[in-house]
Design a protein around this ligand. Structure first.
Ligand code: CO
Ligand code: CO
Length: 317
């Protein structure tokens, strides 16, 4: 699309932004994002919660505070009961309330395939804003949710596991990244992005390109949801994981045990729904960030560090 030169659109030149940042006063900017998708669980209320949590995630990744949300819903009104649509919207609404935002409207479209999500507007103090730029060599990489939601969603679809077995993943996807975001603002970090469709590797790569740096990650330290390795070994792998890995292969060096390589790389390429924040923290604040996360009930895992080296290069052990 043609570039805008509006100077109040503060991240107009960044290629990998989680949300649009638009200055509204000397110190404050709007944070704007939209996200919606097809159901990934059968239960409509749960789907609504997940879709809303996922939509808020980009605002939290930039250190913003959500203010308002608009519903976007596509629904087959003529062939599915309206109660289903109501449950989806109710799930979303409960997350909007939890986020402390106001639901101010929305739009619906008749569509054979249901879809739901939100457009979210937040606000951020410009001097506290966090972007995917700014990661420095020696910063530690902290991930605030486990990965594997795409693999587990594929296993659910294939009826290899039940929604009861997938409870931990579903709870993880429903969880807002509000506390993880507040914690990073409190401590002060170098860079952040949220892990979504392009997978842990893809979003890390974007951060590295934006920050002109490289990274090392330790696969053993990457938190996985229960049964992810088992389901991946059974072939419950979404198409998006293969596409992500194909794209990332030229930028990856595997330095771990050769026999673990294929399984690890596909899991690290798994597209995430409502994934956690990936945060680059200066070494002298790392311990404090983990402590603040823990106090806020978030389990942050340190999965690697930023290094010098060709921009975008990821070494995985
Ligand atoms: Co994002
Ligand atoms: Co997004």
């Amino acid at each position: 699309m043609p570039a805008t030169d509006d100077p109040d659109y503060l991240n107009r030149e960044q290629h990998f932004s989680d949300a649009g940042i638009y200055r509204i006063s000397e110190n404050q900017a709007l944070v704007q994002t939209v996200d919606f998708f097809t159901p990934i669980v059968d239960d409509p209320y749960t789907f609504g919660q997940i879709a809303a949590a996922n939509a808020f995630s980009d605002v939290y990744a930039m250190g913003g505070k959500p203010l308002t949300a608009l519903n976007i819903i596509c629904f087959p009104v003529s062939c599915q009961p309206l109660e289903v649509m109501e449950s989806i919207l109710r799930g979303g609404c409960d997350k909007i309330i939890e986020a402390g935002a106001a639901l101010v409207g929305g739009h619906s479209v008749e569509d054979p395939e249901p879809k739901y999500g939100l457009s979210v507007t937040g606000v951020v103090d410009i001097d506290k804003m966090v972007t995917s730029e700014g990661a420095n060599p020696d910063d530690l990489l902290v991930l605030t949710k486990p990965i594997g939601t795409g693999i587990i969603a594929t296993a659910l679809k294939g009826e290899i596991i039940t929604e009861k077995d997938a409870e931990e993943v579903i709870n993880g996807m429903k969880a807002l990244s509000a506390a993880a975001s507040e914690s990073m603002i409190r401590v002060g970090v170098s860079a952040c992005t949220d892990v979504t469709g392009f997978s842990l590797l893809g979003h890390l790569y974007e951060m590295l390109l934006s920050s002109i740096s490289a990274a090392e990650i330790d696969y053993q330290k990457v938190p996985l949801y229960p049964a992810v390795e088992e389901m991946a070994a059974m072939g419950m792998i979404p198409g998006g994981a293969y596409r992500n890995l194909d794209y990332m292969r030229p930028y990856i060096t595997w330095s771990g045990e050769p026999e673990k390589k294929d399984d690890a790389l596909i899991i690290l390429s798994d597209p995430q729904t409502s994934g956690g924040l990936l945060v680059a923290v200066p070494p002298d604040r790392h311990k404090q960030y983990l402590t603040v996360l823990q106090e806020n009930g978030v389990s942050g895992q340190t999965i690697g560090r930023i290094t010098e080296g060709p921009a975008g290069r990821i070494v995985i052990a």
